[in-house]
Design a protein around this ligand. Sequence first.
Ligand SMILES: [Fe+2]
Ligand SMILES: [Fe+2]
Length: 274
Amino acid sequence: MRVIQISDTHLSPGKTHFLDNWLPLARWIAAQQPDLVIHTGDVTVDGAGVEEDLRHAAGLMRELGVPFRAVPGNHDVGDAGHGHQPVDAERLLRWRTHFGADRWVEDAENWRLIGFDAMLLGSGEPEETAQDDWLRTVMSNAADRHIAWFLHRPLFLDRPDEGDTGYWSVKPQPRSRLVELVRRYSVGLVASGHLHRARDFMRAGTRYIWAPASSFLVGPKIVAEPIPGEEALGAVIYEIDGESLEADIVPIPGLSRHWIDDVIEEVYPRRPEG
Ligand SMILES: [Fe+2]
Ligand SMILES: [Fe+2]
């Protein structure tokens, strides 16, 4: 079974800055003939604020003609504790209307692929607890399958026990609960997006893959401290066969190397605090 992970397409019919990268991505996906496409979020420029972005992006995903699953990113459903766009029931409903569930299970050969909504973590929303219960259930009834997680925000940047990295990774408190699950169930793979950087590394027997974006790169105007991984655009190809899961981060021909630094004020204008 071939699974393609794409991430951070940042699509919008109103803000078309990265739309030129959709066609090469869609063509490349068609050529790969995958059985499943997984989108790890920031599908849209601003689905958290503009429903049309969600409708448009979901339409493009359906046009691929391949079964797909997606987990939302901060730009799709807002973020826990965000001053202007907190993740809430209304935003989740909008996501679910256009993309279906924000948490899901796909069994592939001897692997259980689990997608869940990283934006809920630390939100205190009722759905956070519901998701936590659900995650524990689908982990415990995975029987002898290996487990792979797909979520937007990485659990950590360098080490599971590191401190708060702010915007870039899951907060230490929800992270520690998840890391405990990773250990207890020997999770084989944790795949994420959000950073717009590519990285493939092991920590304590678990493989962590940061899927590159296909929209834009994030440069020094945005990232104050250096973040590990590689400045690259692309996608991830998984070949799952019985017990085995192979993963490759690959470039995609024809993508323009946009930098968010050049257009940040147009695409994501700063708002006054409060
Ligand atoms: Fe993103
Ligand atoms: Fe993100």
